[in-house]
Design a protein around this ligand. Sequence first.
Ligand SMILES: [Ca+2]
Ligand SMILES: [Ca+2]
Length: 234
Amino acid sequence: MQNVATIAISAMIFGNVAVADTISKTTTFDSFLDNSSVYLDFMFETADFTMPASVSDVEVEVYFAKHDTAFVGGDQFIGRNVDLPNGEPRLSEIEFTLVSPSGVSVTLVNNEPGEESFDDGLDPFRGWITFSQGAANPVNYNNIPEEGTFRPASGQAVVQSLAAFNGEDPLGMWRLFVEDDVMGEPLSFYEATLSVSTTDSPAMVPLPASVIMLATGLGGVMLAGRRASAKRNR
Ligand SMILES: [Ca+2]
Ligand SMILES: [Ca+2]
């Protein structure tokens, strides 16, 4: 019982209770890529986290469609609520790569020749996919994208993990590289959300005088208890 009280009091005095934050930022694109690429930016600042902080987990959610070319008015972008054109979508053209502020890079979906995460596929895809290292399956476990939560699958030979970001400084510009690497059959990309979780390092937190007085008073009581106990042990 006394041990429990001692731990509680030391936690109050030093304020070294671990703090975990998860901060999410969304960047909207609502345009298309076709034999082109873009970096979507996610800025994380000191005010977002309890400092000091280091990355303990990273998740990325993307909302996109991959589809055949629509020969209507030459418009290649298919809006969120517009039916996708039928035809082969060339799913193998997709790349998503997340880059941390310090330059650590994790490929979530790969389109390098011979390392494509997805098959070309027969039907267009539109949906939300969350990349999370805790997911049961890689995103390409059926060789085509499906809605849900998956681990990255950066090609047949290259396996990368979102855990590569753990321990990083969360502050600064995170960037999601989004690419469609062959002309024809565009990638309509709507938005992405990056969630960065952190843990703080144990830190000395200034406490109000009343708390310190309370702790001191309890310490006095415990000291008296120890004296009494010592006497009995003689
Ligand atoms: Ca590429
Ligand atoms: Ca294309």
